[in-house]
Design a protein around this ligand. Structure first.
Ligand code: ATP
Length: 322
């Protein structure tokens, strides 16, 4: 028996390595299809937050960041925990970014193209490590916690959230493998997409993707929101759609988002007037710095960059009343 157990134990270690690799692959794949440069610390601890809490505190404290220069980033440098001597060479894209989102608050990021809004969200999901300062979630430095536990806390929905070439059910269970059909339907209802799924001949078993049912932009977004609702993370990072969807889809997406963000801490790259109007705090990012911060009326009254962007960059999604 011992002779049998020896090789088996060896095999189970291999399995653990493969699983670890899969987990980190999935993490990056789920978030953005980006190669992540971060490495979990050997002494990383699971991120703790109050059970059942729907919001956690998010804090960026004097954060500075430059993307690693691909030409000088080597595997060996990636393995350096903390990234102190990672290959650098690119220009800094964030300078001294400081803000706090209290539990349950919505913070909207606005600013010109290339200002650094997406980069801020990358650092919150720890796709990269900061060069200066600290990102804290629920009071923990994100570099000190396990990647799995951080992934459980942060839900990320972008304009082109990834759906696998698989059934709708499988795409949703990906967020929560033990979800019952009942929970899946509840998430689909809340994300305003249940009616469509019910109308498909194969329902939850419908395969989506290029060779299956082709989802429209609004449908894909609502499925991504359903996946987020199943996962129920206390912190949501959202890149709002820039394009106008067709009327019905638009309204459905807005309703779905309102449900998804309700009571959760959220950081939203805002492209819509309705979002900034209702945000607890708007941060105006320009050239990698936060140049203005406040609420919609405060920033409008100030007559600065926000007031300019407000007229040109934000989609006016106010319902037309006749
Ligand atoms: P947009 O509204 O156009 O999406 P943004 O405000 O989100 O813009 P970022 O995407 O964060 O801006 O980009 C900030 C800066 O970082 C830009 O100069 C951009 O070229 C650079 N940048 C973004 N992603 C990378 C990357 N993966 N590697 C190197 N530089 C990058």
């Amino acid at each position: 028996l011992l002779r049998l157990l020896g090789p088996l134990q060896g095999l189970s270690n291999v399995r653990i390595d493969v699983m670890t690799a899969l987990v980190s692959f999935e993490r990056v794949f789920e978030v953005l299809d980006l190669p992540s440069t971060v490495v979990e610390r050997a002494d990383a601890v699971p991120l703790q937050f109050a059970a059942g809490s729907r919001g956690v505190r998010l804090e960026l404290d004097h954060v500075g960041f430059a993307y690693p220069d691909p030409a000088t980033t080597t595997l060996a440098s990636l393995e350096t925990v903390g990234g102190a001597d990672r290959g650098r060479g690119s220009e800094p894209v964030l300078h001294d970014v400081t803000f706090v989102a209290e539990p349950g608050e919505t913070v909207a990021l606005v600013g010109p193209s290339g200002a650094g809004k997406t980069t801020i969200t990358h650092l919150v999901a720890r796709l990269y490590d900061v060069d200066r300062g600290t990102v804290r979630v629920a009071g923990h430095d994100v570099r000190a916690v396990t990647l799995d536990s951080l992934e459980d806390v942060v839900g990320y929905v972008t304009q082109d959230s990834h759906m696998f070439h698989d059934t709708i059910g499988a795409n949703l269970r990906y967020a929560r493998p033990d979800a019952t059909d009942e929970q899946i339907w509840a998430a689909l209802e809340a994300a305003r997409i249940a009616r469509l799924v019910r109308s498909l001949p194969q329902g939850l078993e419908t395969v989506v993707g290029d060779r299956g049912y082709r989802l429209s932009g609004g449908e894909r977004q609502r499925l991504a929101i359903a996946r987020l609702l199943l996962k129920a993370p206390p912190l949501v990072v959202l890149d709002e759609a820039t394009a106008h969807l067709d009327g019905e889809s638009e309204q459905a997406v807005q309703e779905a988002l309102a449900t998804a963000l309700d009571g959760r801490t959220s950081l939203v790259i805002a492209h819509r007037l309705s979002t900034v109007r209702s945000a607890d705090q708007i941060l105006v990012v320009d050239g990698g710095r936060i140049v203005e911060a406040g609420t919609h009326p405060e920033l409008l009254a100030r007559g600065g960059l926000y007031a300019q962007l407000h007229g040109t960059q934000l989609v006016d999604d106010t319902p037309v009343t006749r």
